[in-house]
Design a protein around this ligand. Structure first.
Ligand code: FE2
Length: 401
């Protein structure tokens, strides 16, 4: 689905009936140790535009934030400026990572109140940010572990269409001008369009609790599920259920570790994340996997490497599935897919191309997935085994298997 069609669907929602109707992923907030430097990392490696900021020079005395944009993706990198700031305390426990998957709604206060009535726990009460341009209201509900979902409603000059056109993100933010990395990124785009899905890792035995939480509190529904027969190697396993918002604006798979002979990647994540659930990966959507991955590789993004044997069997597997359901075979150049190390999977609806980065920070916690869908709405189940074996090699190298 293109960004345009997603927006068209989102505007069809009747918000008077459902205060939890989601309009868009407003932004994803990271808590990082040094937002100024992290902004440069995500700009240089993933092609994000360092668009706006707020810090001491703009009058923000407690925290510094940088807004990074690409397509319809908005990452907000925040650093606390004192040891007592909550963002700084989190960085101490978890390292850099995702704090908040913030969702645009028509009325943040109503959405938050509905989530509270549905049994949610408040992360923070409705706050209004206002200046002569307009108003933004935000309110937060606690999700798994450290994760929060903020509801964001925007009015006047801060309405989302204005922000997408380059308007200011929040009162107090200022635009960044004349940054050469932004010019470079315009000339050499990475083609990332929006957040396709956002995966959470929770503790063993807690997956169903959080599945129910998404159903009860946010009104999501189960989209797919995988058990340890789908996702296991000789050594490690996990279980996963995919929750989707009512309009499928965002999908939130929830993983829990399953017992195996050796340590699951989910348990490794938890052990380096103060045994606290959190976001494992953000999948960023592109319309052209090959161009995106080629550009990201040129920039030095470190992707997970698959054994050569993967490509000896993948075409037979994928094209057989596509034929069975009457779909055209994979149209991208097979040789280039192999040279770029991209993974392919197919199901009854079509195929997808995907590739996973290695961890984005020193701890083996958050990573990105670069995904392109050609009909398939799945998550690459056919790749799980090959992927897990590749991941185990990395865990072994880190001494964590
Ligand atoms: Fe994924």
């Amino acid at each position: 689905m293109s960004t345009a069609s997603r927006t068209a669907r989102a505007t069809d929602i009747d918000a008077t009936r459902d205060p939890l109707a989601l309009i868009d992923v407003d932004h994803v907030r990271f808590h990082v140790g040094n937002a100024k430097q992290a902004a440069m990392f995500y700009a240089c490696t993933f092609g994000f535009r360092i668009d706006q900021f707020s810090d001491l020079t703009t009058g923000s005395r407690t925290e510094a934030s940088y807004l990074l944009t690409q397509g319809n993706i908005r990452l907000l990198l925040t650093t606390g400026l004192s040891k007592d700031h909550p963002a700084q305390q989190e960085v101490l426990r978890f390292g850099d990572g995702v704090k908040d998957i913030a969702l645009t709604v028509f009325d943040a206060e109503k959405a938050w109140s509905q989530a509270m009535r549905n049994g949610g726990e408040s992360a923070y009460e409705p706050r209004e940010y206002r200046d002569e341009r307009g108003t933004v209201v935000m309110a937060g509900v606690k999700a798994y572990g450290r994760a929060v979902h903020s509801f964001v409603s925007r009015h006047g000059g801060y309405a989302l269409p204005e922000v997408k056109r380059g308007g200011l993100f929040l009162p107090g933010f200022r635009r960044i001008e004349g940054l050469s990395v932004n010019d470079h990124n315009e000339r050499h785009p990475c083609g990332l369009k929006y957040v396709d899905h956002c995966v959470g890792n929770v503790e063993e035995g807690r997956m169903n609790t959080w599945v129910k939480w998404y159903e009860d509190v946010l009104g999501f529904a189960m989209f797919k599920h995988f058990d340890d027969r789908d996702i296991s190697t000789d050594y490690s396993a996990l279980m996963s259920k995919v929750m989707a918002s009512g309009n499928h604006l965002i999908k939130m798979p929830i993983n829990e570790p399953a017992p195996g002979k050796k340590k699951s990647q989910i348990l490794e994540y938890l052990e380096w994340h103060d045994m606290t659930p959190g976001v494992q990966h953000l999948a960023l959507r592109t319309d052209d996997e090959l161009s995106s991955v080629a550009e990201l590789r040129r920039r030095g993004v470190d992707f997970l490497a698959l054994p050569d044997s993967y490509y000896e069997i993948v075409w037979n597997r994928v094209n057989t599935t596509l034929r069975r359901y009457g779909h055209e075979p994979v149209r991208e150049d097979h040789e280039r897919i192999r040279d770029l190390g991209i993974l392919v999977d197919a199901d009854d609806e079509g195929y997808l191309l995907q590739l996973f980065t290695k961890p984005l920070q020193d701890r083996p916690t958050l990573f990105f997935e670069i995904i392109c869908r050609r009909g398939s709405q799945s998550f690459g189940k056919g790749n799980f085994k090959a992927l897990f074996e590749a991941l185990e090699i990395e865990q072994e190298r880190r001494g964590n298997l």
